[in-house]
Design a protein around this ligand. Sequence first.
Ligand code: GLU
Length: 482
Amino acid sequence: MKAVTRFAPSPTGYIHIGNLRSAIYPYLIAKQSNGTFILRIEDTDQARYVEGATELIEDTLQWIGLDWDEGPERGGANGPYYQTERKDIYVEWAKKLIAAGRAYADPTDSETVNKYREEANKNKVPFLYRNYRPDNTPEWQPGLPLRFKAQPKAYDYHDEVFGDLHMGPETQDDFILIKADGLPTYNFAHIVDDACMGVTHVLRGQEYLPSMGNYLALYEALGLERPKFVHLPHILAPSGNKKLGKRDGAKSAADYRKDGILPEAMLNFLACLGWNDGTEDEIYSKEDLIERFDVSRIQHAGARFDEQKLLWLNGQWIRRLFNEDAKALYARTADFWPEIAKNASDELKFRVFSIIYDRLKTLADLRTMTDYFFVSPTVDMDMLTDNKALKKLSEHEIVALLRQSIEKLREVTEWTPDNLQNALNELLAESEQKPATLFGLIRLSVSFAPFSPALHDTLSVIGCEATLARLNAVITTFNCAD
Ligand code: GLU
């Protein structure tokens, strides 16, 4: 059977990364059966609508590689895909419910509804509108809220993650189907749309579980077959038992993208938040996930958000993609170089990238780790004198060592990494220093950075002339300080 799934975000702001996971699983399920993945924009809550949010959603899905088969921009046989453009469809379905005596126009004003709610709160009983159902209801017309007429009863159903579940009659109410503004509520619209679009699997967050009684009642009242339900456990904050929220350091998908996280890593990370295939494997491409994803292996317990894991995976993906096609990965680094490299050639930047890629956690690390390849660093004496290995040497010894290094490096006729490696090894033997001391001194003198790639690689990219000039600059600074 071909699965039809959907991602149905509300355009209310940035894409929380938990939301993005709710797009990945339905995508994988659809692709596993050559089915259809639909993008539907649930924009019926006008008060929460944020300009530009739909574009951000589309952009993020494309970035992470979740191309929808039907939806905005792409069309399809079951459109429109914006709920605000489907008003007539909801009215048509609402009329079926009215005709069957399962929906009524509610003339009660909101102040009165609030009064009922307060009364229930005061009496410490759950607020159920069916207890206040008006006796005489007018004929429904746009401008009046339309409510479902509950006939509470017990329902059993199966959830693909949470198993066999039961909803008692106390959970069902006269919820609003169509609001006073003429737009449907989520509760009504999603069921109509899923039915019209032939959705076979409904995937969404577990926060929808308490409303299942109302939904099951509505499927029944509309004579609809239930789809498969797949409720996804919460993503938990890095510590404690809270759901991951904005304050827990988790950025939006767009921010992670700006910070140099690769979409391959993000997809891998989110797919594995609360799912594994029972092996010890950790790296999954989209193709691997399509092959190996299995709803029955989604964990019930919330999955903990761990940004370190995301960074680790990103580093793994940088390596993997570099080994697959270094030039193609390099082409994706354009936005991540330091300002100083703006006019540097691609040839130079590619060489830098080729020696540093395996130390990057994010592409944005290029911004903070590569300055000295493009400009001579300022001599920072504190950095030299505070260095643990160099502390043991006197100024005189440091200068002598720098002179000896210059002599040796000057002899390297062809400035290749291999030749440099040999020269550095000879220098090490001749100077009778420890590698940390000698190489630490040269490394710091040419970079004044806390970190650099392997020394022979670093020097080969910096070049002979610049390397010798930088070593000399340190000698000059020492001499001036005398
Ligand atoms: N619009 C709902 C949300 O953003 C979608 C829930 C669903 O997938 O049914 O939470």
